[in-house]
Design a protein around this ligand. Structure first.
Ligand code: PNS
Length: 163
């Protein structure tokens, strides 16, 4: 009997994708058969990069990794997740400050999916636990050095934005 593939969906705004996000994907790809990075497409939320740009940066960063792909999604995460079959949601936790927000989302997603979709949390590495997309944008906008905090291709685009 063939084993069903276990797919991990890693959702987020990724505005922009950071080394913290990349670390979660790097570790998840060795645990799950497939990792889908799901970029939220929400026209009411103001973002620095368009959804097309965000998907393209992440696709480019993982183009050599066979079991990682990137897509965008609209609407409820659980509906998107259900369309992928046998999957779970993964999220990174950096510190206790992330916990309340993550708990609320995980419980809401469990409720909305009638207990069908689980969320698993991965603890961020200590080296990346202080990195957030918001703080990266703030520092970059003030011409601070964020070169060690985000993938090279994202850095190039971020520098262009704030030039
Ligand atoms: O990187 P973020 O901004 O913390 O990611 C938040 C995200 C995209 C995971 C969350 O906003 C989301 O799932 N949005 C889709 C709408 C939805 O399903 N809402 C109900 C569950 S909270």
């Amino acid at each position: 009997m063939s084993k069903q593939k276990l797919i991990a969906i890693f959702p987020g705004s990724f505005d922009p994708f950071t080394n913290g996000h990349a670390d979660i994907v790097q570790r998840a790809k060795d645990i799950f058969d497939e990792v889908i990075i799901a970029v939220l497409n929400n026209s009411t939320k103001k973002t620095l990069f368009t959804v097309k740009e965000r998907v393209s940066f992440i696709t480019d960063a993982f183009k050599k990794v066979h079991n990682v792909s990137t897509e965008s999604f609209k609407g409820l995460l659980v509906d998107y997740a259900k369309s992928k079959g046998n999957c779970i949601i993964i999220r990174g936790i950096r510190a206790t400050t992330d916990y309340e927000y993550e708990q609320q989302m995980a419980l809401m997603n469990r409720h909305l999916s009638q207990d069908r979709i689980e969320t698993l949390f991965m603890m961020s590495k200590e080296e990346t636990s202080y990195i957030s997309s918001t703080i990266v944008k703030q520092v970059a906008s003030l011409k601070g050095d964020v070169s060690k905090l985000i993938p090279k291709n994202v850095l190039k685009e971020l520098v262009k934005k704030y030039r």
